[in-house]
Design a protein around this ligand. Structure first.
Ligand code: F6R
Length: 607
């Protein structure tokens, strides 16, 4: 969703802000803008559509000069995407400009109050009230005016503000929306997301809710909600610019698919001792024997990872496990208590529905364990315990390495928990750990299917609607394979539990309809094969994904992709890889904007 960034130093702010905005593009947006404090006050540039349009405008405006500024990519919530509604927003007196992520819930009330004082609003946005209220509260003290302003705001915000009266100073503030300060030498930065900063600095400070930062070229001061100065820890980012760039791949999505062996290694290796023990340092105070049930909640692909996790946890820990999308759980008044462990899964760590579901579960006394990729994100902070996937930055909107690392971390947690709860034999424990260690190498072998999957995409890309079918773990993978295809290629597909087809949906099977049959969960292979025969008998074409060495499937399916054999509980980590590649190549053949699919955002921070 929206992204914000800011710079103050000795260099021209324009190019730095535009570079930051380009790096934030992956989050999804429909307009963009920047503002700088120039010699004669605040100047602004805005453009509807891509950041490249804003760059063109900047290149045509040679006097857009200033060494302190703010920038924004907007994903419209209040008001259509146009230049007026694009951020930054300027106060009516021209003294302040603001960029904002989040939603001000009481904006209508503040706006009508300010309108009574004769203040005129230009845009339809909730954000404009922030800057108008700030100007109204201002009597020469920038910080005081800001503190007074944010005390009135309800909802969520990460904001950056510049002032015509205070050259070189930016104030930033946060509530329930991510905000990071970047530290340089003689220059400092802020952004909603590390990817916007990584080209400029590796030293960052995570802001917490209610805090305000005063950013100048010489340093950054932090204040709590009452305006008292506080100290904050510096965090050193370990990944480099290349990790946030395409490294020669045509799309981030392909790069991230190909990175999965390394990402899996980063998730697994630091947590395995002597090739047979799972060590989860982060959970050393978590007593698994306290829990008599587990709930898993998340959205989209992270929920699909949760569906895999449910199967693994139930199989190994023998406790009831439920998996539910967060947007439903949050409003369902779920039955849970202090004996419930809630596992929340999120790549970004900022998904609004997931955060709301966490709050609901906490209010019922449950313990919250988060599985998150983005370090220091809201979900990581809100949870009682957090396991990071350490997959590195994921830029493409469609998650790939985010999903596989979530699944493997859930599997590691399940093995560890079963060890703690004494529901697994030592032999089974060691055998699973050994299989987990081999996943990166097996993922690499699955990636070797690349050119064959491309051929399959060429063969089947004209299908306008298709099915993914499977049983047990294969069904969980079908859900994710279908979502991948839908979201980036815009082709309709549906995931079905293979045994359920005959209860209605089989009516849609007609000659030439493609059915992708997932056949790696071998315990139920015979059953899936009979479902394949049912759809073949009605004229469907079947593309199967099966384990290497499975000969029978070649007699049943029209085409087969074979992946390395792994433990039945770990099947999804490997089996999803050809489906990610299939979605990628189909989308490419159909000319889709793969890294930024229409209507989607990387980080879904609104309900
Ligand atoms: C699909 C996708 C989304 C996310 C979902 C949750 O490829 O990426 O379905 O999985 O929006 O996002 P996170 O994991 O950031 O909470």
């Amino acid at each position: 969703m929206c992204g914000i960034t800011g710079y103050t130093g000795v260099n021209q702010a324009g190019p730095i802000l535009l570079d930051g905005l380009k790096r934030l593009e992956y989050r999804g947006y429909d307009s963009a803008g920047i503002a700088v404090r120039g010699d004669d006050g605040i100047k602004m540039l805005k453009a509807t559509g891509k950041v490249s349009h804003l760059v063109e405008k900047y290149n045509e405006t040679p006097d857009f000069l200033g060494v302190c500024g703010i920038g924004h990519t907007r994903w419209a919530t209040h008001g259509i995407p146009n230049d007026t509604n694009a951020h930054p927003h300027l106060s009516a007196d021209g003294k302040f400009a603001v960029v904002h992520n989040g939603i001000i819930e009481n904006f209508a009330e503040i706006r009508s109050e300010l309108q009574k004082y004769g203040i005129e609003f230009k845009s339809e946005t909730d954000t404009e009230v922030i800057v108008q209220l700030l100007a109204y509260n201002y009597n020469g003290n920038f910080k005081l005016a800001l503190m007074k302003t944010i005390a009135r705001l309800e909802g969520s915000y990460a904001i950056g503000v510049i002032s015509a009266d205070h050259p070189g100073t930016i104030y930033a503030a946060k509530l329930s929306s991510p905000l990071i300060i970047g530290l340089g030498i003689g220059e400092n930065f802020f952004a909603s997301d590390i990817t916007a900063l990584v080209n400029n600095t590796k030293n960052v400070i995570d802001m917490d809710d209610g805090e305000v930062a005063e950013i100048t070229p010489d340093g950054v001061k932090f204040f709590d909600h009452a305006g008292r100065e506080i100290n904050k820890d510096i965090r050193h980012i370990t990944w480099d610019v290349a990790a946030a760039e395409k490294s020669g791949y045509e799309h981030f999505m392909l790069k991230e698919i190909m990175e999965q062996p390394q990402a899996l290694k980063a998730t697994i290796e630091p947590r395995v001792k002597d090739a047979e023990e799972i060590v989860l340092e982060e959970l050393k105070n978590l007593d698994m024997k306290r829990f008599n049930r587990i709930h898993i909640t998340a959205c989209g692909s992270a929920y699909h990872a949760g569906c895999v996790g449910r199967g693994i946890l139930e199989a190994l820990c023998r406790v009831p496990v439920e998996a539910e999308v967060a947007s439903e759980l949050r409003y369902r008044d779920p039955i849970m208590d202090a004996k419930t462990l809630v596992i929340v899964i999120s790549q970004s760590g900022e998904t609004a529905d997931t955060i709301a579901a966490m709050k609901e579960c906490r209010s019922k006394g449950a313990t919250l364990l988060a599985i998150v990729n983005v370090v220091g994100s809201s979900i990581a902070k809100l949870a009682d315990y957090c396991l990071y996937t350490w997959a590195g930055p994921e830029i493409a909107v469609a998650t790939t390495k985010g999903y596989t690392t979530q699944v493997v971390l859930l599997a590691m947690f399940a093995v560890w928990a079963a060890g703690e709860m004494k529901t697994i034999s030592r032999g089974a424990y060691i055998s699973l750990v050994k299989d987990i260690i081999r996943l990166p190498e097996r993922a690499q072998r699955a990636l070797d299917l690349n050119s064959r999957v491309k051929t399959m995409a060429e063969r089947y890309n004209s299908n306008s609607s298709l099915f993914f079918i499977g049983r047990n773990m294969d069904y969980a993978v079908a859900l994710e394979g279908s979502l991948k295809l839908k979201e980036i290629s815009y082709i309709h597909s549906e995931a079905y539990a293979a045994g359920e087809l005959k209860h209605g949906t089989i009516a849609l099977i007609e000659p030439g309809r493609l059915v992708v049959a997932l056949c790696c969960y071998e315990k139920l292979l015979d059953k899936t094969i009979s479902n394949i025969q049912q759809v073949k008998a009605r004229g469907a074409r079947v593309l199967a994904v099966a384990h290497e060495g499975n000969r029978s499937i070649f007699r049943e399916a029209d085409d087969v992709l074979t992946v390395p054999v792994t433990d039945p509980l770990l099947v999804p980590v490997i089996e999803i890889i050809p489906l990610q590649l299939f979605a990628y190549y189909v989308a490419k053949l159909n000319g889709c904007d793969i890294d930024k699919p229409k209507n989607l955002a990387k980080s879904v921070t609104v309900e």
